[in-house]
Design a protein around this ligand. Structure first.
Ligand SMILES: NC(=O)c1ccc[n+]([C@@H]2O[C@H](COP(=O)([O-])OP(=O)(O)OC[C@H]3O[C@@H](n4cnc5c(N)ncnc54)[C@H](OP(=O)(O)O)[C@@H]3O)[C@@H](O)[C@H]2O)c1
Length: 230
């Protein structure tokens, strides 16, 4: 298949691109920083700002599916990256007759999501980090889901929990709406997207994805995601 990947240069997008190429797909990798992607057989780099309809459309033309793992950082100001890119991407897909869209969202987008047995996370980290520091980001993620829901596309919202780096794909779990767990390895997130692209088990609904075989330490996660990533 020919797949357009948004956020291809990000920590999840790199796994997505690598796994898709390894599976024999042709990948159009969308980035605003083309020099940072190494040329490989099967890979085409498209330079585009995902919020700009003019640059997005050519990256989508001729695709069999569009996968998005793009993202931005927490901010105290309003964030529009998710909803604006969803508008540009879905408009271009409708224009070019591309139907299948898988887009990374978050477990937080499910208002009922409270992973079981995670007292410290549910009562301290989640209210402080996700609902307070990440408030404007998650508001825009919900707007993104609203934009996509209103289209006639075959969409899937892919909702991971706290992302961490792990070298290999594990026996991850998926569930409709959201999954009962605090963590998701980026390798598993990427693998679940490619599997769902083929399987079509969660079309026009949300797929939660979690990793249960390995766990990062909370301190390591905060260091890697909150401090080192900046
Ligand atoms: N961190 C967590 O615990 C967590 C939990 C649940 C969900 N998520 C979500 O999971 C997704 C993936 O996270 P991640 O940490 O792997 O990636 P990320 O660092 O959030 O971002 C990935 C890429 O998005 C691209 N991007 C941002 N704005 C863009 C724009 N306007 N046009 C084109 N590309 C743009 C950037 O690529 P270029 O600079 O190359 O253009 C960047 O490398 C994000 O949406 C994140 O919010 C994260």
């Amino acid at each position: 298949m020919r797949i357009t990947v948004f956020g291809a240069n990000g920590p999840t997008g790199r796994h997505l691109t690598g796994q898709a190429l390894a599976a024999g797909h042709q990948v159009v990798a969308v980035t605003r920083r083309p020099g940072s992607l190494t040329p490989r057989p099967g890979l085409t780099v498209a330079v585009a700002d995902a919020t700009d309809p003019v640059t997005v459309a050519p990256a989508i033309e001729g695709a069999d599916a569009v996968l998005s793992a793009l993202g931005t950082r927490f901010s105290t100001s309003a964030i529009t990256t998710y909803s604006a890119s969803a508008t540009a991407i879905t408009d271009a897909m409708a224009h070019h007759g591309v139907k299948r869209l898988l887009v990374v969202s978050s477990s937080i987008a499910d208002p009922e999501w409270r992973p079981s047995g995670a007292y410290f996370f549910n009562h301290v980290l989640d209210p402080l980090v996700n609902r307070r520091l990440g408030r404007t980001l998650h508001e825009d993620m919900r707007r993104m889901e609203g934009v996509i829901r209103r289209t006639g596309l075959d969409w899937t919202f892919v909702r991971p929990s706290g992302l961490f780096q792990h070298p290999v794909v594990t026996a991850y779990r998926t569930a409709e709406t959201s999954a009962d767990g605090v963590f998701t390895a980026r390798t598993d997130l990427a693998a679940s997207m490619l599997r769902e692209m083929d399987a079509g088990r969660y079309v026009r609904t949300a797929m939660g994805v979690i990793t249960t075989e390995v766990k990062p330490s909370i301190a390591k996660l905060i260091w890697n995601e909150g401090v080192r990533k900046k």
